[in-house]
Design a protein around this ligand. Sequence first.
Ligand code: C2E
Ligand code: CA
Ligand code: CA
Ligand code: CA
Length: 287
Amino acid sequence: AKQRGKANWVRYAAGMEKPAQADAQLGGELRRALDAGEFALVYQPIVSLVDGRTIGVEALVRWIHPERGTVSPAEFIPAAERTGLIVPLGRWVLRETCRQAAAWTAEFGPDVLEKVGPNVSVRQLHDPDFVADVRGALADSGLPADRLVLELTESAVLRGHQVLKVLHELHDMGVRLALDDFGTGESSLSLLRAFPAAVVKLDKSFVDNIELDEEGSAAAGARQAVARAVVQLADALGLATVAEGIENQEQADRLRRLGYTVGQGYHLGRPVSAAALTARLAAEQRV
Ligand code: C2E
Ligand code: CA
Ligand code: CA
Ligand code: CA
């Protein structure tokens, strides 16, 4: 009920009925929040399924609203995309991710976090300053380009020639690109040929219940088949994989047997503050 209350607040800000009006209101509210410094990043570990080591993090944005508390991105990212506010917000996410990642590299050495991944919206890819923003975020932070893994959804990548040009420019800079929520789009396979991806993230929907016995559950059998096909395709194309949304050890074991060596999910680590992630990395170093 609490979640729903928040969602309604975002969708019908100030009691406005029309989505366009509500968006305009929310767009203004997001702008104010950005200027007031109300956004924060949390970091979810990306973990080796072989030895349990934290090899990367995904950066996820939160809105710390002074009255409403923490608002999830599912509630404001769509409106930020429709109003265009995602461009300055995404720029902040990018810069903050690079700054934090460079700080971790300075503290723990270059071998600790192989990759840090902010999410990037299609609107950002259409912004003419995007490539320059990425270059600036790397230069100002000192983060090597190959540590940055931009997470893009298939639908974002599919939007035509101009986007593909931007992706190739990023690729040429040494930045890595990850296809997020892989398998949920319509043309996953053909996309992989045109797109300079380095990482494929198997969508959580294929991980849910994947641990069930295939004899007892046709759905589990089908998910295992898709998961296996994705990792085999990725291996053949020289791409890394991350299995998303792992919620128990049985799923981790099953994915490991299917060929996955890297995973992400609540069982391996929930999204946490930068300070908490620092503590996790420090604890791993002591082992
Ligand atoms: P996503 O990129 O697919 O991110 C994964 C989401 O799944 C995150 O939710 C994460 O907390 C959640 N998750 C991770 N492991 C598990 C698990 O084991 N079980 C379950 N049930 N959930 C898990 P979050 O943080 O609420 O983000 C939701 C979406 O919002 C993201 O999906 C992404 O599309 C978007 N988003 C988040 N931060 C940003 C951002 O900075 N920029 C943009 N453009 N989008 C963002
Ligand atoms: Ca993501
Ligand atoms: Ca995802
Ligand atoms: Ca998703």
